[in-house]
Design a protein around this ligand. Structure first.
Ligand code: HEC
Ligand code: SF4
Ligand code: SF4
Ligand code: SF4
Ligand code: SF4
Length: 589
């Protein structure tokens, strides 16, 4: 198959892959809102058009130069990474332009382009070395320095380093084998040194062995000065116009010196074409697989940086915000900066759930966004990791790609709590952030998980279903606190229903019909505990609406620890119910 056909096929696979990826940005969804694909496409087109025609265009320009080209965000948070990134990306881009596409692009720019002449010969090696240094630093940091704060290395991280290294190494080996090849030398002399007699050809060969790294069994060192001088003459007439000294290709030349002892065995069309095709196929594979690999961030990260520069929750179309979030999943480079700065990452040392780390959580979200049915276990694992996030926003502030991680976590929480597994954390203070962003959630989507969680707890303590006589140690403690075991020592047992607590309670005051809206008023709650009416206690809204202000406890004339009790009751409810939900859902696996 001709080479061009292979290149076109790889390019086609690459383009099809990109088209597929782009289509997922509009098909996949996160969060509680629902949009059709056409409405998202048209919202995106409209949004882009509007931005381009508005003053925000200047912001885009600024972001492009500062953060896309110069990578200022990355420089700020991780200078060494910035340097590594620049070496690899810069070096590789130049190789792509000057070498892979060199024969097409360079003649358009340089009048005297020739791949074997300086500066091109030198530059090709120079850019290769840049990539090598960058890869070296990256490998050192990842595998030798072993920073404990770095998230675990994924297959994609290894692939990315490996594909760049393989392309460069295979190229260098190919070039260095060519440098030593006496048969290429003979082909060249046949073509360009026609009409030279046998003796001058021998001198030319001596000159090339001495100065250009050719390894030939036909001529033997030491060469006489006259022979070298004659060779130089023949060279300058026939070869010099196309060949700068091979030493300028310093990497290829150095490797060719190492190959000298085996060069004669490597000299053959079969070896050269094998090496050539190895290099060629690695490049084509890299190209075809690009949209499915981490290298794809070359496209997605700039788009993400630009989108986040002009989009925000207050002004942008919600459909576009969702599309942007799916794009963000592709834009993540798994650089680990978020994890390094996450205020909750240390917990990962105790609980080995990778989803605690923002960088790893992001990776496991792709499946969730694709709408595929996650196994219950997978959902719970993501949810457990996410539940520890404190919304501190550190991750968002440092992400070099500008991913708005905090918004992403919000959408993921909504996706997860919108499912049928009750999530008790919607009742906890950790869900304050969710309450603060209530306006971003449709009202039914907001309240459904809350009623679902309350119902799960009420069911758990419904004595008609499962009469409970045995109490877990934690529950015993609550009973103890309630003073049930030791009458008359500042527990509920002391309560004489004076209603001071209810009168002091700010939550009671916010309700027009507190009696029916809260199920139990604080003093009734205390009474219900005293009488062990667990159904009433745990199904009451009061238990979950209490904001823990301690007014009731402060004013109670009998010193009933009302607020402490409410917290303790919540803990019992959550721990017992979640344990059982967990068990039940695992049983359904
Ligand atoms: C018209 C320009 C031109 C002339 C004249 C020319 N060469 Fe080359 N030569 C090339 C190119 C281009 C390559 C690289 C071919 C490739 O990469 O496949 C090359 C490659 C070689 C190589 C393989 C090593 C390498 O650097 O890739 C040798 C050896 C070589 N030439 C020897 C000679 C000798 C000896 C002469 C003089 C008799 C000569 N060439 C004249 C263009 C030329
Ligand atoms: S989210 Fe941002 S900071 Fe975190 S790994 Fe991805 S690119 Fe890096
Ligand atoms: S917002 Fe959450 S994930 Fe991000 S740094 Fe803070 S705790 Fe970690
Ligand atoms: S203030 Fe104290 S004694 Fe009065 S009803 Fe409330 S808990 Fe009971
Ligand atoms: S701690 Fe709770 S029950 Fe007590 S007064 Fe405050 S809000 Fe009301």
């Amino acid at each position: 198959m001709p080479k061009a056909a292979l290149v076109y096929i790889s390019l086609l696979i690459c383009c099809a892959g990109i088209a597929y990826k782009v289509s997922t940005w509009f098909r996949y969804s996160l969060g509680s809102a629902k949009f059709t694909v056409p409405s998202r496409v048209s919202a995106a087109a409209g949004g882009m058009w509007e931005t381009l025609l508005s003053r925000q265009f200047l912001t885009l320009l600024k972001t492009f130069f500062l953060n896309v080209l110069f990578q200022a965000r990355l420089l700020r948070v991780a200078p060494l990474k910035w340097a590594t990134h620049f070496l690899i990306l810069g070096g590789f881009t130049m190789l792509l332009l000057m070498h892979a596409l060199g024969d097409y692009l360079n003649p358009l720019i340089f009048s005297n382009y020739y791949s074997t002449l300086n500066p091109f010969l030198f530059l090709r090696n120079f850019f290769g070395v840049l990539v090598f240094i960058g890869l070296g630093i990256a490998l050192f940091n990842r595998f030798i320095r072993r920073d404990p704060a770095r998230p675990p290395t994924s297959f994609m991280d290894v692939y990315t380093l490996a594909i760049f290294a393989a392309i460069i190494v295979s190229g260098i080996v190919l070039e260095s084998v060519k440098i030593t090849s006496v048969s290429v030398f003979r082909e060249m002399t046949d073509e360009y040194a026609t009409g030279q007699d046998e003796a001058s050809l021998k001198s030319l060969e001596a000159y090339w062995v001495e100065n250009y790294g050719v390894v030939s069994p036909g001529v033997a060192r030491p060469f006489s000065l006259e022979s070298l001088a004659e060779g130089k003459d023949v060279h300058s007439v026939n070869c010099a116009q196309c060949h700068s000294p091979a030493r300028w290709a310093f990497m290829d030349y150095a490797v060719s010196r190492l190959l000298t002892p085996v060069a004669v065995y490597l000299d053959g069309d079969a070896v050269r074409s094998t090496l050539y095709y190895v290099h060629f196929f690695i490049c084509l594979f890299g190209l075809a697989y690009l949209p499915f690999s981490k290298v794809f961030h070359l496209f997605t990260s700039p788009i993400c940086l630009l989108a986040n520069a002009v989009m925000d929750r207050a002004h942008s179309n919600p459909a576009n915000l969702m599309t942007k979030q799916i794009l963000e999943l592709d834009a993540c480079t798994h650089c680990g900066t978020c994890t390094r700065n996450c205020s909750m990452a240390f917990i990962h040392r105790i609980i080995p759930n990778a989803n605690i780390l923002p960088s790893e959580r992001l990776a496991s979200l792709k499946l969730l966004a694709s709408g595929q049915e996650l196994s219950v276990r997978d959902s719970l694992v993501i949810q457990d990791g996410l539940n520890l996030c404190t919304n501190c926003k550190q991750c968002t502030l440092v992400c070099p790609v500008g991913i708005n991680l905090q918004d992403l976590w919000f959408s993921v929480r909504e996706t997860l709590v919108g499912r049928d597994i009750p999530n008790l954390l919607v009742l906890s203070p950790l869900s304050i952030y969710r309450g603060m962003r209530k306006d971003d959630i449709e009202i039914t989507c907001y309240s459904r998980p809350i009623s679902q969680a309350r119902k799960a707890i009420a069911d758990e303590f419904d004595s008609s279903r499962q009469p409970r006589t045995v109490y877990a140690p934690q529950e015993e403690k609550v009973l103890d606190m309630a003073g049930i075991h030791h009458l008359g020592q500042n527990g509920c047992a002391d309560c004489f229903r004076c209603m001071t607590c209810t009168n002091a309670c700010p939550i009671v005051r916010t309700h027009e019909q507190p009696g029916s809206e809260l199920d139990l008023l604080p003093h009734q709650l205390m009474q219900a505990v005293k009488l062990r009416l667990w159904d009433l206690v745990f199904s009451s809204k009061m238990l979950w609406e209490c904001l823990g202000c301690y007014k009731c406890q402060e004013y109670c004339p009998m010193g009933v620890p009302a607020t402490d009790l409410i917290f303790a009751l919540r803990n019992v409810a959550i721990s017992r119910t979640s344990r059982n939900i967990f068990q039940k859902t695992l049983e359904t696996l």
